[in-house]
Design a protein around this ligand. Structure first.
Ligand SMILES: [Mg+2]
Length: 343
């Protein structure tokens, strides 16, 4: 490399639209995560920023209001919700003004009505489709109505069944509670049918965002490999995993093919920093002075480098390249160190 060689690219180079997950990326609980708001505001100076949420209980306007309170500048149309993705999917199956049996809350009802559908809560109204999303007030009686409406199998002329998302759990202040996937699963067990899912990690929610923002090169930022990063990979866009939420360094090292992020970030400040190149030499992977190799069943650290994030990156690429599942590898404890911010 010459003295005046081009500076290394940041994860934002060439990107025109940045999409961000919310929980574990922008906020955790009631408060914003460190550096998230400043970093995203800085992105918004030069690029379109959109927000994607699987949460079906809040409207886009209420999410935008919350984000604005945290210090971001967000309008309702900058927020893509799983109910909006569900409506996009429905339009291809049952165009408005059909009747939808809704299991869920305001976020879902508002989007259904905005899209021109009639809304019912009863299977007796002969609905044309069932749409199911989480809301704290969803009761057994709602699941029963869904089951009654879905009694005919789809291949025998049964009506479509869309789930906004399939998250098994929902984090609450007092612990982990059943999420929409768990409630959908209850109906599934009763009727023996499978719902079509609109939210992450399925593609409709990403397609809705890419179409709405007219994106040419998109970067998606998430905190979960099995929903955010897998979804981005499925729709063919670059992704950044922020180590500020659910998944930790050990999960990154173990990420299966199809759930591997393009970038791994300590926090969102690194969106604006040059991303170090991943160099492969003599069977070892080096990232900014951190070098790791896999020999047989052993993962070896040859150089720790200066920043732990680079060691995680080097370790991840070395393990991914090896094609060996992590559970049969001997991994040094050092690689699992987790000095990053955890909500
Ligand atoms: Mg998240």
């Amino acid at each position: 490399m010459g003295l005046f060689s081009k500076a290394r690219a940041t994860p934002l180079d060439g990107v025109d639209v940045v999409l961000a997950d919310l929980d574990g990326v922008v906020y955790a609980g009631p408060g914003a995560l460190p550096h998230a708001v400043e970093s995203l505001n800085r992105v918004a100076e030069t690029r379109r920023v959109g927000y994607i949420t699987n949460n079906a209980s809040r409207t886009d306007a209420s999410v935008a209001g919350h984000l604005t309170e945290l210090g971001l500048s967000v309008a309702a149309e900058d927020v893509v919700t799983s109910p909006q993705a569900a409506m996009r999917l429905l339009a291809t199956m049952v165009p408005a003004p059909a009747t939808l049996l809704i299991v869920g809350g305001e976020g879902l009802v508002v989007e259904a009505e905005k899209a021109g559908y009639r809304v019912t809560r009863s299977a007796e109204d002969a609905p044309d489709a069932v749409v199911q999303g989480f809301a704290p007030e969803v009761a057994w009686t709602d699941l029963a109505e869904a089951a009654f409406a879905l009694k005919v199998p789809e291949d025998e002329g049964g009506i479509p069944w869309i789930a906004t998302n399939s998250d098994w759990t929902i984090p609450r202040e007092r612990g982990v509670a059943p999420g929409n996937g768990t409630l959908v699963s209850a109906v599934h067990t009763a009727v023996g049918r499978l719902a079509t899912v609109a939210g992450k990690p399925e593609v409709p929610i990403f397609e809705e965002a890419i179409a709405r923002f007219n994106a040419h090169k998109t970067l998606f930022i998430g905190d979960r490999l099995d929903t955010d990063i897998m979804g981005a990979a499925r729709v063919g866009i670059d992704s950044a995993l922020a180590l500020t939420g659910i998944d930790r360094p050990k999960h990154v090292l173990a990420a299966p093919e199809g759930s591997r992020p393009t970038y791994v970030l300590s926090d969102l400040r690194e969106l604006h920093e040059p991303y170090p190149t991943v160099e492969r030499r003599n069977g070892a992977v080096t990232v900014n002075g951190a070098t790791v190799r896999v020999v047989g069943g052993d993962v070896e650290i040859l150089a720790e480098g200066k920043r732990h994030i680079d060691l995680v990156r080097a370790g991840a690429h070395a393990i991914w390249d090896s094609g060996t599942p992590i559970f049969v590898l001997d991994v040094p404890e050092k690689l699992y160190d987790d000095p990053f911010h955890r909500p």
